[in-house]
Design a protein. Sequence first.
Length: 418
Amino acid sequence: MKQPGFAFEIHKERGAARLATYTTPHGQIKTPAFVAVGTQATVKSVTPEMVRTAGIQVLFCNTYHLYLRPGAEVVAKLGGLHRFMQWDGPILTDSGGFQVFSLGAAIEHGVGKIANIFPGEVGGVESDTKRGKVARPGESMVKVEEEQVLFKSHLDGSQHLFTPEKSIAIQRALGADMILAFDECTSPLHDATYTRQSCHRTHRWAERSLRYFQESTPQHGYAQTLYGIIQGGAFRDIRVESAQVIGGMDFDGIAIGGNLGKTKQDMHAILDWSMPHLPREKPRHLLGIGDIPDIFEAVERGCDTFDCVAPTRMARNGGLHVRVDDDGTPLPKFRLNLRNARFKADPRPVMEDCICYTCQKYSRAYLRHLIHADEMLAYTLATIHNLHFIATLCADIRQALRNDTFQAMKAAWLGPLL
């Protein structure tokens, strides 16, 4: 289906990678593009103006959290998310499907979306309740049924019911430009039998989401588009089937979701399996991925947009994005830890050639002082830099695709880390 005010135009393709423009009622998105996460209608510690100045084009907000607080009806009454949060650019909302995982299997299994499982060790969980810390198996706050999902609120323990129809109704009320079908994100530790059952249920939920979307109307005077979500875990046959099923439905865009395996190599394989089965003319969003090496791999495999809390969360923990250390040594995670003592009296900016507000105004020494003093300004200045770094990286990737130099750029960035 084609929604008024939306257009997806591919300008250039090199292999699976593509350079495109996605036009929405709230502006254009030049892709490939990083989508900053504003879970509760805010990117933590920064204003919308700061986010825009950093170069971010589109935000990602959380349906489940906004449903709990302040409530979709409140946001709708106040004019929808754009007016509520004073962001005039495009907005994407999830469906609540990730919370089926993060408040359910992630707690039960003590794992994250990508689980790094080693003998005697459990990988860190990317969940709402664990804040990225090492998790231990616990009691699920979710009950998945065929028709619906029952949630126990992490805020007050109250019970809440989500169906595909309710998820779409909430997202209609929130008024995001792009919204997602309701799904179940499985755990990396779910076996093939459960993953297949869950995937088929997600396909049925996709049909219900699509039907309700087509029968309902936007509430805020502009159209919305609906993305279907591919599931299937790290099982090739299930992933291929899901890509074919979801790709064959009348969605406006496709999201690659679910758990992405136990290693980054699993994630690459999942994309390799899935992408060839997706319709070329529709935008593709990779859910929950935003580490710098992952961005290159996702772009190379044909993803147009991708969201992740990593850059902003890392900033709030004293990690600032840089490409190399002071001696020219590549940094494996492109992360400078400003908590280190060596920066105590360092007068230099985080990056000498960076034009972000933080680097133009403040020294490493000052940022380190703010971090150790636990001053809120530390979060703001670090987040501005990290968002600018990622946005600039994506702009450079777009230019490299335009100039047919993407592979050389990828080799220059990632080659020294191999």
